[in-house]
Structures are given as C-alpha cells and as structure tokens.
Write a protein that binds this ligand. Structure first.
Ligand SMILES: NC(=O)c1ccc[n+]([C@@H]2O[C@H](COP(=O)([O-])OP(=O)(O)OC[C@H]3O[C@@H](n4cnc5c(N)ncnc54)[C@H](OP(=O)(O)O)[C@@H]3O)[C@@H](O)[C@H]2O)c1
Length: 181
C-alpha cells in the first residue's frame, strides 16, 4: 500500500478590530505578543514533518514584516506584486496576478495554504471555496485603520471562540469561523 496522503488544507489568518480594520500606515495598529506567537505556531505546524505550509501575502504585508523575520522561516513564502523587477530572496515565490497565484497553488507541494493578508488577497481567498476556515484574532476597539478585512459573516459561521484575553491593556479573543455551504 502507498504512504498516507494528508489532504491539503486552505485557511485565512487575520486579526481585525471591532470595525474590521486590519492595518494602519502599512503596519499593525496593535502589538499583542500572544497573537504573534499563535500566528507563528499555527502557520508553522505540520502533521507530516517532511512537509511545509505555504503563506501567501501581498507585497505591503511582506514589507510590514521586520527584515530579520522574513522570509517567515519554516514556511514557503509567496508574495504577490505587479512589479516585474521587485527583488526578493531567491527562496520566495513571486506571483504577478491572481491567475498566476492560482496556478502556483496548484503546483507547489504544501500541507496547509494560509492567506495572511492584506485586503485584496483576503478578498481572493474569501471567494475561493477551498478556503473553508478563518483563524481570527478579534481585537476590541476602533483603531482607526486604513485597511479593512472584507465582509465574511454572510458566508462563514462561528465555530469556536476563546474567552476575551488581555495583554498590556489590549483586549482580544481568538475565534475560528467555518465556511457555510
Ligand atoms: N491584521 C492582520 O491580520 C493583517 C494581516 C496582513 C496585513 N495587515 C496590514 O495590512 C496592511 C497591508 O495590506 P494591504 O491590503 O494594504 O496590502 P497587501 O495586500 O499586503 O499588498 C498590496 C500589494 O500586493 C500586490 N498585489 C495585490 N493583489 C495583487 C494581484 N492581484 N496581482 C499582483 N499583485 C498584487 C501589489 O503589490 P505592488 O504594489 O508591488 O504591485 C499591491 O500593492 C498593513 O497595514 C499590514 O500591517 C494586517
């Protein structure tokens, strides 16, 4: 018999505030260490030690990661840009359109594909039914963001939720939403 094949998973990871804001001035408007640790654990964990997860992001999200932390280690990093001459480390996969992204998702070997932002890339994933899970960190309050997560509650239902937590005066909770048929 052949080896056990784990089926590929597709998920969205996002932190939004009470107004669905996700970013301001090209960075995160909050600093929650537990969220960053949870993001790293979630996106790095694999069942098959021989495989890796894929993290997909827009160019601005890439640039919002401190240079010493990128590419995100232990994960296949894919960056979307329309710029044909954008220079990125050689191990980073570059896509110049959503059509090219769809092709790459079909050909790269990965365990879970995580879309990690920003707004238009989230929009792409929300339209693709293979992305059936949203890992959400909901940060309480209005951070006067200039970038927003697209509407999703008409297509996704709450599946699991942590109690409200607090770190340095910031209140947040972790939720999982699942796509409804
Ligand atoms: N709260 C969260 O969970 C979260 C997660 C991620 C990011 N953020 C925040 O969100 C903000 C960044 O998000 P954003 O929406 O402004 O930008 P983004 O999606 O990260 O990047 C936008 C760029 O991606 C490229 N791109 C997007 N769609 C493309 C397509 N179809 N084909 C080719 N290239 C494409 C373009 O790059 P070029 O301009 O190079 O062509 C575009 O300017 C920051 O504030 C960041 O901190 C928050």
């Amino acid at each position: 018999m052949g080896t056990i094949q784990h089926s590929r998973q597709f998920a969205i990871v996002v932190a939004h505030d009470s107004k669905f804001g996700i970013g301001k001035n090209d960075s995160l408007p909050w600093k929650i260490d537990e969220d960053r640790i949870a993001f790293r654990g979630l996106t790095s964990s694999v069942k098959d030690p021989g495989s890796q997860n894929l993290v997909i992001m827009g160019r601005k999200t890439w640039e919002s990661i401190p240079p010493r932390h990128r590419p995100l280690k232990g994960r296949i990093n894919l960056v979307l840009t329309e710029n044909p001459s954008l220079c990125l480390p050689p191990e980073v996969v570059i896509c110049h359109s959503f059509a090219e992204l769809t092709e790459q998702i079909g050909s790269i070997r990965f365990e879970t594909c995580f879309v990690i932002g920003g707004a238009s890339v989230y929009g792409y994933a929300l339209k693709d039914k293979r992305f059936d899970t949203i890992h959400l960190t909901e940060v309480t309050g209005d951070f006067h963001c200039d970038v927003f997560f697209p509407p999703y509650k008409n297509r996704f239902a709450l599946f699991d939720q942590s109690p409200i937590k607090e770190e340095n005066g910031q209140h947040y909770r972790f939720s999982i939403y699942k796509r409804e048929n």
